[in-house]
Design a protein. Structure first.
Length: 412
């Protein structure tokens, strides 16, 4: 397969050819590139906080200010949402209490094409966007799948064929499939509350936490710093993998990740609302965690997986891709003891968690209680968007998983 021209950048990094500029300092501005501009002709990194009010940057910035400055919503509703709950159809008398006990903001059950249960806490409205955290990863996996279907990405090829800047990093050698299935040994601690962990450095580089002087300039630069043995074939959950996939998406499409996510997924869903994604100082969307959607629109994503890749606006991915998600990945590769304690035949593939249970449940999962849960047995999708007080504990996962399985049983 020939890599499209958009996939061939200026060579940078430790393996740059003679005569090119090596990105030796990840803290330096625009140490990687080129990257899709925010608008045609925009200089790297523009607009900035110092340039957005000046021509030509203002022409774009005045209609996209949310990418540059924190924004507050001026609601069209006269008062805060009073909450909404319609759970009677499931026949679970304790469901409302269990949703409240697990800090649920939004809950929806789609049985076939019928919404049979829906719940929103007071202060949260059905048309309100909610952060998906790592459910965002599964959306990225679907975009990669669409590129594979179109022959633009070959999962068997080294990821550095698409992002040469990663030469010399832990990603120098593993294939796109290894990245999709998170089967790379990386020096990356996914310890969300530890300020010294790589995941917190990742957050800071992407603009999610206050920066330190030593932090990489942006998310792209952070990815080039990752090291490790690079051994493949054993599962290791690492949020950086999704961002590497998104970088490859940008290279083969020539689009910003946010634009590719729109073109290849969101615009085909028949969504009620635009989604949103947080961006770093270079305008790179935060693919592993930064997408925000409504519960109803997220359910449409689950529906297209159960429908073999078809959505209201047309095909998103092939049935081969969705069948592979529902079939699950390698159980031999799965090493996450928390997952296998709940699901002994569990696996992970294409950015989705697969239970391997008798129901064939598959889920997109995010910290603090985000779930896009698929139940093929009843042709149902369950969305649960939450705000757990802790990001990721066995106790919270056990309570949430039990609730989701009980809802599936109620649908039988």
């Amino acid at each position: 397969m020939t890599v499209p021209p958009a996939a061939v950048p200026h060579a940078t990094g430790p393996h740059a050819a003679a005569g090119t500029t090596a990105a030796a300092d990840a803290t330096a501005p625009f140490a990687t590139g080129p990257h899709p501009p925010r608008f045609p002709g925009a200089a790297p990194g523009r607009p900035t906080l110092d340039s957005w009010q000046e021509a030509p940057d203002n022409r774009w910035a005045f209609s996209n200010l949310g990418e540059l400055l924190p924004m507050a919503t001026i609601s069209r509703h006269p008062a805060p949402a009073s909450g909404f709950s319609n759970l009677d159809g499931l026949g679970m008398p304790d469901l409302a209490a269990r949703l409240d006990a697990t800090h649920t903001d939004a809950f929806l059950v789609l049985h076939g094409t019928e919404v049979v249960a829906e719940h929103y806490r007071p202060g949260f409205a059905p048309d309100q966007l909610h952060l998906l955290m790592s459910v965002s990863k599964s959306l990225c996996g679907l975009v990669v799948g669409s590129l594979v279907d179109d022959g633009l990405v070959d999962p068997a090829r080294p990821v550095t064929d698409y992002v040469p800047e990663l030469a010399g990093s832990v990603y120098d050698g593993p294939t796109v499939q290894h990245v999709l299935d998170m089967q790379i040994a990386i020096d990356y601690r996914e310890e969300y509350t530890d300020p010294t962990s790589e995941v917190q450095t990742h957050d800071r580089s992407a603009g999610w936490r206050s920066r330190l002087a030593s932090d990489p300039w942006d998310d792209y630069a952070f990815l080039t710093t990752l090291r490790g043995s690079g051994r493949t074939g054993e599962f290791q959950y690492c949020s950086a993998n999704t961002d590497v996939l998104a970088w490859a998406i940008e290279r083969v499409t020539g689009l910003r990740y946010s634009e590719a996510l729109s073109a290849r997924l969101w615009s085909r869903l028949g969504a009620d609302r635009d989604a949103a994604i947080s961006v770093d100082r270079s305008g790179f969307g935060f693919p592993n965690a930064g997408v925000c959607t409504t519960a109803r629109d997220l359910a449409r994503v689950g529906r297209l997986v159960l429908d073999g890749g078809l959505a209201t606006g047309g095909r998103v991915v092939s049935s081969d891709w969705t069948d592979a998600i529902l079939a699950g990945g390698s159980t031999d590769a799965m090493t996450d003891e928390g997952w296998t304690a709940s699901f002994p035949n569990g696996s992970y593939t294409r950015q989705w968690w697969c239970t391997g249970n008798e129901r064939g449940n598959v889920s997109a999962i995010g910290i603090h209680g985000q779930n896009l849960w698929l139940d093929p047995r009843t042709d149902s999708v369950i969305v649960k968007l939450s705000a757990w007080p802790e990001p990721d504990t066995d106790q919270w996962h056990d309570r949430q998983t039990a609730l989701l399985l009980d809802v599936c049983a109620a649908l039988d």
